[in-house]
Design a protein around this ligand. Structure first.
Ligand SMILES: Cc1cc2nc3c(=O)[nH]c(=O)nc-3n(C[C@H](O)[C@H](O)[C@H](O)COP(=O)(O)OP(=O)(O)OC[C@H]3O[C@@H](n4cnc5c(N)ncnc54)[C@H](O)[C@@H]3O)c2cc1C
Length: 409
């Protein structure tokens, strides 16, 4: 008789797992909470889906696993490209960031689901398993109060990221809970890749500013992270990729007093900046403070800096203002804000925490519950922006599907 495999969750990793298991001869059943497959894939990359990255680096990943390469060497970026191309997806390369040429995340989801439908599979949408319990070598799974038996189960339930609280699976039967009841431990799950809320009241005055900047996360007078990229200023604080990348540190322990130091002129060295300031102070004597900042920095930021420096934009510049102007200019290269918290799971693109990778083997099989497989973001792996999180989902989905089908080991 066919090896029966239940896949719980039809997101990125579940689609890859289901297709791989079906291709390799398993009798596949899928249960998905939503009424459509891969709902989160549709939101990725602002609807364009950054599905992988040619600049693959292990240091883009955070995990309890010392060598994630054990997984990536079984299915890497090149395998992702070949798999999707074979499914009919044309991929475009934007500076190493890979997207479907259609610019539509639906294409990524659809090529997977269309091919999956060519196999004899059973998909149940808008359902969650009420319980999964071990029975001999396999599992009893209760769905709609009926008991079903499967030889293998793959948990591909993802994380809380990007999902409204009211849309989450009841925490007593969500993916983490299913894994926990089958013997796994759960590392506390926190939002990662999300916005940072700050304490200062002035954010509403500068909301909407987008500017290339260096941002440094500061704790106890030490820099603990540094990122460069487009900073987006909002009415509650800071957003944009450089902020997303450091948010996991704040979310891990949001009781600590972090601050963020911003350099609004990252392309200009301290020496060059000192020269600009010196010549500007001489050249703008007799003009207004407003004229002095015009063309130097974004208008909204200039107005804020003028206000914080207790200057008046209509004041005429003379030598008595030199010290105040020097202090105001210093804020352009070193602007400090204090951190209140991160935004919640709903706003996050991924989560840290989950099932420890140390509790699965390199075939993605549970080390505590034989014939249970885990893949994707419900494992304790999160990555930087740039296609790395989906790569983890494709990689582990492929391995789990293949192993559950009995092809590996
Ligand atoms: C806004 C946004 C943008 C993103 N952009 C990118 C990007 O451009 N590039 C990138 O690499 N990553 C991106 N990510 C991250 C990426 O989407 C995830 O890392 C990836 O989808 C994880 O795959 P997964 O299969 O583990 O989880 P998911 O894709 O979330 O799939 C899990 C599935 O399981 C279902 N499910 C959960 N619990 C149950 C249950 N108990 N029973 C049945 N079904 C269940 C869910 O409904 C869901 O369909 C983004 C995330 C968000 C939120």
């Amino acid at each position: 008789m066919n090896n029966s495999v239940l896949i719980v969750g039809l997101g990125a990793s579940g689609l890859m797992a289901a297709l791989t298991a079906a291709k390799n001869g398993a009798k596949v059943t899928i249960i998905e909470k939503n009424d459509i497959p891969g709902k989160k894939i549709l939101a990725t990359g602002n609807g364009k889906c950054n599905l992988a990255n040619l600049d693959f680096r292990l240091d883009c990943y955070y995990s309890d696993c010392e060598d994630l390469n054990l997984f990536f060497k079984q299915f890497d970026v090149q395998d992702t490209i070949e798999t999707f191309e074979e499914l009919g997806l044309i991929i475009k390369n934007v500076n190493g960031y890979l997207y479907p040429v259609t610019n539509q995340a639906t294409s990524v989801r659809d090529v997977l689901f269309n091919r999956l439908n060519q196999y004899d599979i059973n998909v149940m949408f808008s359902k969650v398993p009420q319980s999964i319990t071990k029975e001999n070598n396999g599992f009893n799974v209760v769905i709609d109060n009926n008991k079903h038996y499967f030889d293998k189960v793959i948990l591909a339930c993802g994380s809380y990221a990007g999902i409204r609280k009211c849309d989450r699976v009841d925490s007593s039967i969500d993916g983490y809970s299913l894994a926990y009841h089958l013997g796994h431990s759960i590392i506390p799950v926190k939002p990662a890749l999300t916005q940072i809320v700050c304490n200062e009241n002035f954010f509403k005055d500068i909301a909407g500013v987008r500017i290339d900047a260096i941002v440094k996360l500061v704790l106890d007078n030490s820099y603990i992270a540094e990122e460069y990229g487009e900073l987006q200023i909002t009415d509650y604080g800071l957003s944009g990729i450089p902020i997303f990348q450091m948010s996991r540190i704040v979310a891990a322990d949001n009781k600590r007093k972090y601050s963020i130091e911003i350099d609004f002129m990252p392309g200009v060295s301290e020496e060059e900046f000192a020269q600009i300031c010196e010549s500007r102070i001489i050249r703008f004597q007799g003009t207004t403070v407003s004229d002095f900042f015009t063309g130097l920095i974004n208008t909204k930021l200039a107005e804020l800096i003028v206000k914080l420096s207790k200057l008046d934009k209509n004041q005429i510049i003379d030598e008595t203002l030199t010290d105040q102007l020097i202090s105001a200019l210093a804020l352009i290269k070193c602007f400090n804000v204090t951190v209140k918290n991160t935004k919640s799971f709903e706003n996050a693109q991924c989560c840290s925490g989950g099932v420890p990778v140390s509790e699965i083997d390199m075939t993605c099989m549970s080390q505590v519950c034989p014939n249970l497989f885990l893949c994707g973001e419900m494992l304790n792996v999160d990555a930087k922006c740039g296609g790395y999180n989906l790569q983890w989902a494709w990689t582990t989905g492929y391995i789990a599907g293949k192993s559950a089908a009995g092809v590996m080991k």
